[in-house]
Design a protein around this ligand. Structure first.
Ligand code: 8YV
Length: 323
């Protein structure tokens, strides 16, 4: 039997590409740049599997073809709000993602942002590198104590729980949780966490709020100006989830007018574009979507896609089918 034709939309870790090429008829995107909807239509017409990432905007127009050859979209990443799953379903294309393997590293990065913004690490490094540091003094660059503070976690899935693990056991933080469904009591008990009724109840109680919910239309601008106003004046917002979850203009206003203490962002509404109003905010730490960016995790994500493909082409349901 001919090997399934598999298209990789970006360059992947070499070990994963090598393994894929042993089993599949693999075509990588040598240019390693995001593809256009027209290029995706071409890929859908000629490959059995297409393997996209967050930079591929698979909107309605990408699916505008009569009869795709593609039967599975095996996404490299846990979030898949960049894929129009209704359109994929219309063409009977299965969609999979890569949960679990990136939870630790994404939570590590959320904690990195939290610590950086609370302890003014970005500002401090800029001052030092620019030669503006005049030496130690008792009142220099005073930050906010993290240990023992209250952390609100929005979305208590795998990554939210990994964040709670770090915050509770590493920093003795008090954990409040907001989640769509009721979190089992034994899961909350692991972190001595309390689930609140809704987001509006959570926000005024927290010193830090960390977002771990999915992106997509349902959560677009979940954090808007009204909700930012509910946060304490010295509280910090951390986003390693998806850019669209936060109304960036409203956040910039909150940062500029100091109605919140600061923010740490790894994801943005129009990646890789960053608005001038965010660029100029000193009480903001920004990273270029690095949540899962470790060698071990990026390889594990690739092998998880590989397993999903092997299952699919051998006639089993892929374990990570999401649509
Ligand atoms: C990835 C992520 O870097 O998994 C996700 O949803 O945001 C990151 O781990 C990226 O999405 C890869 O597609």
């Amino acid at each position: 039997m001919a090997k399934p034709r598999v298209f990789l939309s970006r360059a992947w870790p070499a070990k994963v590409e090598a393994r894929m090429a042993e089993v599949f008829d693999l075509t990588p995107n040598k240019s390693d740049r995001p593809l256009t909807p027209a290029e995706f239509r071409e890929a859908f017409a000629s490959f059995d599997a297409v393997l996209p990432t967050v930079t591929d905007k698979l909107t309605e127009s990408a699916f505008d073809l009569a009869k795709p050859r593609t039967r599975i979209l095996a996404n490299y990443g846990v979030g898949y709000s960049h894929i129009n799953t209704a359109e994929a379903a219309r063409h009977k294309i299965v969609v999979t993602n890569t949960p679990d393997v990136l939870s630790d590293c994404t939570a590590d990065l959320a904690m990195t942002l939290l610590l950086m913004v609370a302890r003014r690490a970005g500002e401090g490094e800029r001052e030092l590198r620019e030669g503006r540091w005049t030496g130690w003094r008792p009142t220099h660059m005073i930050g906010t104590k993290v240990s023992g503070a209250t952390l609100g976690i929005v979305g208590f899935g795998r990554i939210g729980q990994a964040m709670a693990q770090r915050a509770h056991f590493g920093f003795g933080m008090k954990i409040l949780v907001q989640n769509r469904s009721a979190v089992p009591a034994e899961v909350l008990a692991r972190y001595n966490a309390v689930q609140v009724a809704n987001l509006d109840d959570l926000l005024p109680q927290c010193d830090f709020v960390s977002l771990h919910c999915p992106g997509g239309a349902a959560n677009r601008h979940l954090i808007n100006s009204r909700r930012l106003d509910l946060m304490k004046r010295d509280a910090f917002l951390i986003n390693t989830a998806r850019g669209e979850v936060v109304d960036e203009h409203a956040l910039a206003q909150a940062l500029w007018f100091n109605t919140i203490g600061g923010a740490g962002l790894d994801v943005f509404e129009r990646e890789p574009q960053i608005s001038a109003e965010l660029m100029g905010a000193d009480n903001l730490v920004m990273l270029p979507h690095l949540g899962s960016a470790t060698a071990a995790t990026r390889e594990a994500m690739g092998f998880r896609v590989f397993e999903n493909l092997v299952d699919f082409f051998e006639g089993r349901s892929p374990r990570d089918q999401v649509a």
